[in-house]
Write a protein that binds this ligand. Structure first.
Ligand code: SF4
Length: 386
């Protein structure tokens, strides 16, 4: 790789001088141009931690209102640890990737139990907590405690790759290893948190994915990609796997003015969140073309859906043939959900999941999966049923 060739060709003293220059220029720029974000007000480790977990796979703009609501409801680590998981998930609803919420809740309890309610300040101990990997541990240690720990996330990864002129996709193991190794050396002994923040801000506002604004860049003189004129080619596009199509039906079974809700048990997608009854529309073995064809077909046979409901929870229902389709993408799955209503005939819901009958006016009290919330909102807008 370019940076390895360069590292061999340049004496260590020159590298040190260049790193010193990089730190100085970045810290000066960060002091003047750093973003004012709610979790940066104060250096409380709990606030930093919650924000970093929320920011995984999610934009700053989307996170801000969730962060403020979450901190208003759980202002301290002790408050979060004492909370019911359902309340945590309810506040997380809509942010997606719900394992993050379950992990932060479990980790808060672990900190109370094993660390006297104090968030650890070293990377190794932080990584023993659920949901905290190398990046998040570095962020908490450096932002909250100013420990000398690097931070490599989407923005800083891109900046580092350009500084080093690494012509690789961002998911390349070789590139990530090279970046982590460089980041370990680049992060300063003092002001590590400020350095990491400035690097993240640079990636978010100047060294952006498309058309980096090199003429505004404080570290242009340290940038190998700019020297070579290849900054727009780095990083290389990822080799994305073909998404897996999943076809399911979500059935709202109505009894009087109430609908049956099911809480997804562990091991299922949307574990811990409430839904209506979700049953497969295919066995996952169809070819892609057959699946597309099925999406365009008329509604599946009511009898088949009624049998699927009985198999899921033991209820006998009369399915309504009219429904609408919701599309939802999560990780590598492209989910098509056919939303239908059905009328209760007989039986008592059974199985490993928890069930409740609820009126539409009560839906706001439940933490729903994103598609179930859309369906619930539509049912509530149509009135309370019978
Ligand atoms: Fe990014 Fe350009 Fe700055 Fe290099 S000079 S770090 S490519 S903005």
């Amino acid at each position: 790789m370019d940076h390895e060739i360069r590292a061999k060709a340049k004496p260590q003293a020159a590298d040190s001088r260049e790193l010193t220059r990089l730190r100085r220029q970045l810290l000066r720029w960060g002091a003047a141009h750093g973003r004012d974000l709610p979790w940066r007000r104060g250096r409380d480790a709990y606030r930093v931690w919650v924000s970093e977990i929320m920011l995984q796979q999610t934009t700053v703009v989307a996170v801000i209102p969730y962060f403020e609501r979450f901190l208003a409801r759980f202002p301290t680590l002790a408050a979060l640890a004492a909370a019911d998981e359902h309340d945590v998930l309810r506040l997380w609803e809509g942010l997606g990737y719900y394992s993050r919420a379950r992990n932060v809740h479990a980790a808060a309890r672990q900190v109370v139990r094993d660390h006297a309610s104090v968030v650890p300040d070293d990377v190794a101990t932080l990584q023993t907590l659920p949901g905290i990997g190398r990046y998040t541990a570095g962020a908490i240690a450096s932002f909250a405690y100013d420990r000398r720990a690097p931070v490599v996330e989407a923005n800083t990864l891109r900046v580092y790759m350009r500084l080093l002129a690494l012509r690789e996709p961002t998911d390349s193991t070789a590139a990530r290893n090279a970046v982590w190794e460089f980041a370990e050396r680049a992060v300063p002994l003092h002001s590590a948190g400020k350095f990491n923040e400035a690097l993240m801000d640079l990636g978010a506002t100047v060294c952006v994915p498309v058309s980096p604004r090199c003429n505004q860049c404080p570290v242009i003189s340290c940038c190998e990609a700019f020297r070579k004129g290849v900054q727009t080619e780095i990083p290389l596009p990822k080799r994305r796997p073909e998404p897996t199509a999943v076809s399911q039906a979500m059935i709202a079974v109505r009894r009087g003015g109430r609908y049956l809700l099911r809480k997804s048990p562990p091991g299922e997608r949307w574990h811990g969140l409430w839904e209506f009854l979700r049953v497969p529309l295919d066995d996952g073995s169809d070819s892609k073309n057959e699946k597309r064809k099925r999406h365009k077909q008329a509604q599946p046979a009511a009898a088949r859906l009624e049998q699927a409901v009985t198999a899921l929870c033991g209820l006998a229902v009369d399915s309504n043939a009219d429904g609408f389709e919701l599309r939802h993408t999560v990780t590598r799955f492209r989910i098509s959900l056919l939303c239908l209503t059905a009328r209760f005939r007989s039986g008592t819901p059974q199985g490993p999941a928890e069930y409740r009958w609820a009126r539409p006016a009560e839906f706001a009290n439940f933490a729903f999966s994103m598609p179930a919330r859309k369906f619930a909102d539509r049912l509530a807008a149509n009135g309370s049923g019978e």
